[in-house]
Design a protein around this ligand. Structure first.
Ligand SMILES: NC(=O)c1ccc[n+]([C@@H]2O[C@H](COP(=O)([O-])OP(=O)(O)OC[C@H]3O[C@@H](n4cnc5c(N)ncnc54)[C@H](OP(=O)(O)O)[C@@H]3O)[C@@H](O)[C@H]2O)c1
Length: 248
């Protein structure tokens, strides 16, 4: 039985990913800070969970310790992420540091901890959940955008470095997805119905892993936005200012 490890798996995209991999016959280990949420997800998904806070060294050490005696890891998905949204002067440095800790430092520390203890199976995949903001900008969440672009850059170099070991690295750039995260951080939550369901995103990620893609922008609409952000940056930045920044 193949083994997938997914962070932030008690809710949202992580939970949908856990469900997708369980359905495909994987043994899934979820990681989450939310203990009651993890208990419910464990029961619903038939997955096991490690309760840990990815922000702390102790949390990362606990996850590595729990994974030291399991089957080798075929797929590791760095999914857990948080945001801090607001006018730049209103977002405290402390909140920004939390975003950096969860979104950027934790994936690096967990990847290093598991690589250094040789926990990956032959032909394993490491997946980083970045964000479409890498292409479009994200006024009102500059630190979040920086962590997501940082992840993409880290993953790009890692993919070259790990190729000789036959470890595949994929970066995913989701657009707005229908989860608590999107509801929590959008200015007036007016576009709930237009967001991609997390189950659809999970299908895209699953297929991307199977095809060993390096970069994945899931969904036609998101690919258009990514192209506009890349080739018409001023237009996309204008749109992001109108849709997000001016509504904060
Ligand atoms: N939703 C979107 O529109 C969207 C778009 C682009 C990219 N993404 C990215 O997709 C990923 C998943 O987002 P989502 O929408 O599914 O978010 P979500 O609904 O908030 O779920 C994230 C999960 O991660 C957990 N988590 C947060 N901090 C943690 C920590 N320190 N240690 C361990 N677990 C922690 C959360 O627990 P708690 O509930 O207790 O906080 C929650 O279970 C994130 O990286 C996000 O940046 C989301």
């Amino acid at each position: 039985m193949k083994h997938a490890v997914i962070t932030g798996a008690a809710h949202g995209i992580g939970k949908a990913l856990a469900h997708r991999f369980v359905r495909a016959g994987y043994a899934v280990t979820g990681v989450d800070v939310d203990e009651p949420g993890a208990t419910i997800a464990e029961r619903e998904l038939d997955a096991r969970f490690v309760v840990a806070d990815l922000r702390s060294d102790a949390g990362i050490a606990h996850i590595c310790c729990e994974l030291a005696s399991t089957e080798a890891i075929d797929v590791l998905i760095h999914n857990a992420g948080i945001n801090a949204v607001g006018r730049f002067s209103d977002v405290s440095l402390e909140d920004q540091a939390q975003v950096v800790a969860v979104n950027f430092c934790a994936p690096m520390a967990l990847t290093a901890g598991l690589l250094n203890t040789d926990r990956f199976a032959k032909g394993a995949s490491i997946v980083f959940i970045s964000s479409l903001s890498h292409y479009t900008s994200y006024p009102g969440a500059a630190t979040y955008a920086a962590t997501k672009s940082g992840l993409a850059s880290y993953a790009r170099s890692l993919s070259v470095a790990l190729a000789p070991q036959n470890i595949h690295v994929m970066t995913v750039f989701p657009g707005a997805t229908r989860t608590a995260h999107a509801r929590r951080y959008s200015p007036n939550n007016a576009r709930e119905e237009k967001r991609m369901p997390p189950e659809t995103l999970a299908d895209h990620v699953f297929r991307g892993v199977k095809k060993r893609k390096r970069l994945l922008v899931p969904g036609f609409g998101n690919r258009i936005f990514a192209h506009l952000g890349k080739y018409c940056p001023c237009l996309m930045e204008y749109a992001m200012r109108k849709v997000i920044l001016e509504k904060l």
